[in-house]
Design a binder for this molecule. Structure first.
Ligand code: AMP
Length: 394
């Protein structure tokens, strides 16, 4: 039995889960928020009860010390030595990293080299890694990369039709994200179907605030909707998804804005919030649409159409599919959104069982018995996947 910490460090937050492996039992979970600001918040769940404390936490290193000392104080750990390994969620592994690995000096230097690929996420990820390494120098630290699962994509999927030296000299290519989730959910789906991953083709619809679709052929990602960055693909809570790139220059001129400002609109003021003008949260849109708000309904429909475009295209690309899986906040909880998507796939012989679909956050088959492709809801668990990879590398 080993205790493994799964960590997700953001610019001002640090989420953690302590898990007992290989049992995959959650010992505790929590978050440090507002790091570097006044009134930072440390929250931890002990025996299912949330405890919160407001403190001043100037940086990630202090956040890590406080978090570890809390684990001792709350008698969750007797000493730091009980932690066998720390698995760090890392947003980007660049062109080279194709699997989870031990984070030594060379690996950290490589991540620093590619920081330009995802500065908003990689910089805080690196800060978190360094902070944990400082406080726990004798423990192995493992990087689990959002991009790694998509390294199996063939050139025809990952290459953009732009001047080739953009790829060769500047690493411009599709990387894909949510890889840890797509890997976890596709493996679980194969298991539920009683098949080996190499014997099935699965389409994963990870629809949360961020959203991506992935074609998993015989256990490997062969295409996914997010691209060079997580802005590509389907419309999301606040992101536009794919648009005609010429819109950027056109709108810069119309609004007299910089590239940075227009990109900010595409990342923060588009998707659900952009189309509806109401909210980036799917619950608000579902409620407003039910009350007759046309733009809320439109935001949902625009996204559904785009999701179906990807699912249908991946179905053909893989030569058929055994299953379609819904996961993440919206995929696991929003039955009307799931119905709306599946009902558009009738031409492929895919049929939703509305009674089975009447569920939230549970693992369930939701297609009819005669549906040509099985449709499942499978809750994702990126932390368990991080802990599994960490355990495997210890
Ligand atoms: P995630 O990014 O995976 O945490 O997903 C966040 C999204 O899931 C938000 O848009 C939430 O509104 C959505 N969500 C969570 N619960 C529900 C629900 N019961 N019905 C509809 N959407 C939900």
């Amino acid at each position: 039995m080993k205790k493994i910490m799964a960590v997700n460090a953001g610019s001002s937050s640090l989420k953690f889960q302590l898990l007992e492996m290989p049992e995959e039992k959650l010992i505790t979970t929590g978050i440090v928020e507002r790091i570097g600001m006044k009134n930072s918040v440390f929250a931890i769940s002990v025996n299912g009860k949330k405890q919160e404390e407001v403190l001043d936490i100037p940086d990630h290193a202090v956040a890590v010390s406080i978090l570890l000392n809390k684990l001792i104080e709350l008698k969750i750990l007797a000493s730091f030595d009980e932690i066998s390994g720390v698995g760090h969620r890392v947003v980007h592994g660049g062109n080279k990293i194709a699997e989870s690995l031990v984070l030594g000096d060379d690996e950290i230097a490589y991540l620093e080299e590619i920081v330009d690929l995802a500065p908003l996420h990689l910089i805080p990820n690196l800060t978190g890694i360094k902070a944990f390494k400082k406080v726990l120098p004798n423990v192995k630290h493992i990087g689990v990369f959002d991009t790694a699962f998509h390294h199996s994509m063939p050139e025809e999927s990952y290459l953009y039709a732009v001047p080739y030296d953009w790829y060769e000299r500047f690493q411009v290519r599709k990387y894909g994200f949510h890889g840890t989730s797509h890997k976890f959910v596709s493996a679980r789906c194969a298991e539920i179907m009683g098949k080996k991953p190499e014997d099935c083709n699965i389409i994963i619809a990870h629809i949360g605030n961020g959203a991506s679709i992935c074609a998993v052929k015989q256990g490997h990602s062969i295409d996914t909707s997010m691209g060079f960055t997580p802005l590509d693909g389907i419309p999301m809570g606040t992101r536009s998804g794919a648009i005609d790139p010429a819109i950027i220059e056109y709108m810069m001129n119309k609004k007299n804005k910089s590239v940075k400002e227009i990109t900010n609109y595409l990342n923060k003021q588009s998707g659900y919030i952009g189309v509806s003008g109401i909210s980036s949260d799917s619950r608000d849109l579902v409620a407003a649409a039910a009350a007759g708000n046309h733009r809320a309904d439109l935001a949902i429909e625009v996204q559904a159409k785009r999701i179906v475009d990807y699912i249908a295209s991946y179905y053909v690309y893989m030569g058929g599919a055994d299953a379609i899986v819904f996961t993440a906040g919206i995929g696991e909880n929003a039955k009307t959104t799931r119905s709306n998507i599946i009902n558009r796939l009738g031409a492929l012989g895919i049929k939703m069982d509305e009674e089975r679909n009447d569920c939230r956050g549970v693992e369930r088959l939701i297609s009819t018995d005669d549906s040509k492709v099985k449709v499942y809801v499978i809750p994702t668990n990126e932390e368990v996947m991080i802990a599994r990879d960490t355990l495997a590398l210890l």
